[in-house]
Ligand binder design. Structure first.
Ligand code: ZN
Length: 619
């Protein structure tokens, strides 16, 4: 038995949750107001039989004892395992991995070095006479001395070896400085300071450790913004500027506002808008979203009018694609919302203004912009309609053609129906005409996807009995045959009910290299991973198409199981509520969730279709 199972067996979820939440008995289960969102009527339930929890309200999520602690304490799996093992009296044996230890030492050294550099740059900004221009620049942008200190803003002087000299003097070698990205190596092997005559922004991870720097040129040097290179601790695409100082507010407000620049973050925080972070000038990446996901599912993207595409483009018939402000990334966002049960809103800044300017000019204005932020899809609809002439038949069909794929992304039928209605009103087209078009579009999409793979006859189903073995089987298969990754784009971490499986799956999804994936795991998970890797799949070892068939089957089964569980939990709750005379509102709220049976039905239809096909191929 793995230590993870051991911990699970020794602890009772009801008891652990009770330490955080006041639970009320409801039949054989327990309920309470949800600790993760604010509400009056309890929709947070704990199920002792399954040792699981679920919020049927705004969160719509649930999980096991690990995910509860991770969410409640805002910690990762490894930390939650330590906390719970401690509670359970289970000793965790840290497996010594020389390579891992060495890497940890290297990372710690880099953090230490960056910290020292940040402190020195900061000291220079506050004190050096050569920093006069830098100080004036910051002052001119409206940044207070407190903010400079809070964010440890610094100054890198013009010289070629300021930081090199200073840190050499502290005992760090040139090789170490090079590794941290503070120095650059010339062809002749000489090294010099990477950041010169720049305003320095230390970039910290969520734990507050300095991972790297952003340096803004104080003269005409290019690039205007220079970042640390990729190092063992710095990854630009996985960084969010200000996250260490914003995390508490993001959790409390259950909302994050994402801006582009360092200055925007500084000013926002200075004026009390502490749930603001910057995306480092890049489009949001999966890594950044993973960090945010641990804090909130409500995102507001602050876009300037240009980026949002609401500049005044003339309504000429050509260049329709450009005119429609639906960049591909927006479709991605709608998908993200759907998969993560998140809401993404768009905040449009006044033309020609950056967030920091808006905040300084009219502090209340920012609050208003936040409140006025529009849900992504509403925004897309409205700006698309504003671009084209909804009175013109041609423009109407263009709009429908552009917007249907968006509706098709929505897996929640209620949401889909809502937007179908909106579109119908906006375009003055009868709803049934639109839903016909959507149905046709769906059919074409399905056909396109259906022809993708030819199925052969093989069924792993007799091996799969209960929930956890299914998760393990699926994971083991994926891990051993990485080429199957492309087959499970529809598999979401939520389908794994056991946090250890979910954790492995998520980390595996994000990595493209097995060694680094394994290294990123906690040692208890590494052990667990070894077990999964040792599993044999005799019947499909030599048969690639059978493996594909098998994994697709697993994915469908996981989906089906998730929906079934949700449905049965719901039924159970309805029964309890009815028995104890629960409030009508709660009942209505729970009954409203008709999407589950519908989705289940779709899965059954798909499965039937598949089985018929398999049968006919086998005959
Ligand atoms: Zn909730």
């Amino acid at each position: 038995m793995s230590v993870i199972d051991d911990v699970k067996q020794k602890l009772d979820i009801v008891q652990v949750v009770s330490e955080y939440v006041k639970l009320q008995k409801a039949g054989k289960n327990y309920k309470s107001a949800c600790p993760f969102h604010s509400e009056k009527n309890p929709s947070f339930f704990v199920f002792p039989d399954r040792q699981s929890w679920h919020c049927f309200g705004a969160c719509g999520t649930g999980g096991d004892i690990f995910s509860f602690i991770m969410k409640k304490e805002g910690i990762d799996f490894a930390q939650a395992l330590r906390l719970l093992a401690d509670k359970a009296g289970v000793t965790l044996v840290e497996r010594a991995s020389p390579r891992r230890e060495e890497e940890n030492r290297e990372r710690e050294l880099l953090f230490e070095l960056n910290e020292a550099a940040a402190a020195y740059y900061h000291h220079l900004l506050l004190n050096a006479s050569s920093a006069e221009a830098a100080r004036n620049y910051v002052k001119g942008r409206g940044i207070s001395i407190e903010t400079i200190k809070d964010f440890q803003i610094g100054y890198a002087p013009e010289g070629w070896d300021t930081i090199k000299q200073y840190l050499n003097g502290k005992g760090y070698s040139e090789a170490e400085l090079l590794n941290a990205g503070l120095l650059v190596e010339r062809d002749d092997k000489n090294m010099y300071d990477r950041f010169r005559n720049r305003l320095m922004f230390p970039i910290r991870n969520i734990q507050g450790k300095v991972t790297g720097f952003g340096g803004r040129a104080l003269d005409d040097s290019l690039p205007k913004y220079l970042n640390s290179p990729q190092t063992p601790v710095f990854d630009k695409s996985g960084s969010l500027y200000g996250i260490d100082r914003a995390k508490t507010a993001i959790r409390q407000k259950n909302q994050v506002v994402i801006v582009e620049g360092y200055m925007d973050v500084l000013v926002a925080h200075q004026y009390g808008n502490t749930n603001v972070v910057a995306s480092m000038g890049t489009a949001m990446t999966d890594k950044q979203l993973t960090i945010i996901k641990g804090l909130t599912r409500n995102l507001i993207l602050a876009l300037d009018a240009d980026a949002a595409g609401i500049d005044a483009v003339s309504r000429s018939g050509e260049m329709v694609d450009k005119m429609l402000p639906v960049p591909p990334s927006f479709y991605g966002w709608v998908k993200y919302e759907d998969a993560q049960n998140a809401e993404v809103k768009i905040m449009i800044l006044p033309p020609g203004k950056d967030p920091d300017e808006v905040i300084i000019e009219e502090p209340g204005g920012w609050q208003k912009l936040t409140t006025d932020a529009k849900p992504m899809v509403d925004f897309i609809f409205e700006s698309a309609v504003a671009k084209l002439n909804p009175e013109s038949a041609r423009d109407k069909s263009i709009l429908v053609e552009k917007l249907l794929p968006l509706l098709n992304e929505m897996k929640d039928p209620i949401r889909q129906a809502h937007y179908l209605g909106r579109l119908s009103r906006l375009l003055k087209i009868e709803e049934h005409v639109l839903s016909d078009s959507l149905r046709k579009f769906k059919a074409i999409e399905k056909k396109r996807k259906g022809t993708r793979s030819v199925r052969s006859f093989a069924s792993p189903s007799h091996n799969i009995v209960s929930s956890s073995p299914l998760e393990q089987y699926c994971l083991a298969l994926l891990l051993q045959y990485p080429e199957l990754k492309s087959e499970c784009t529809e598999l979401s971490p939520d389908y794994f009910e056991n946090t250890e499986n979910r954790e492995l799956f998520e980390k595996w999804q994000q990595s493209n290299n097995f060694a680094s994936f394994k290294d990123s795991l906690d040692s208890a998970l590494q052990q667990y991973l070894d077990n999964l890797m040792a599993r044999a799949f005799p019947s499909i070892t030599d048969n690639e198409s059978a493996r594909r068939e098998t994994i697709e089957d697993c994915v469908t089964r996981l989906q089906e199981r998730r929906l079934r569980n949700l449905e049965s939990q719901k039924q159970e709750l309805l029964a309890i509520e009815a028995e104890i005379g629960g409030t009508g509102a709660e009942l209505a709220k729970l009954e409203e969730g008709q999407e589950i049976p519908k989705q289940l039905k779709e899965i059954f239809i798909e499965q039937n279709r598949r089985h018929r096909q398999i049968k006919s191929e086998a005959e």
